[in-house]
Design a protein around this ligand. Sequence first.
Ligand code: F3S
Length: 66
Amino acid sequence: MTVKIRVDVKCCVGHARCAAVAPEVYELDDNGFNTTPYKEVDESLRKQAIRGMRACPEKVITIDDE
Ligand code: F3S
């Protein structure tokens, strides 16, 4: 099983909280923006992925099945 993460990168404004609370899941570019529209991570990172999703004030992160 993998965790499927989608980011509406056009709406990311660079709050960087996703990567702050879940550094193993979310990566930012040099300007602090999340530019990864889709990625899958191991099920063991699900809790961290959810934490990052909830930390985004813009609500641009969605996780399948959550
Ligand atoms: Fe962007 Fe939200 Fe992360 S605005 S940098 S996806 S906290």
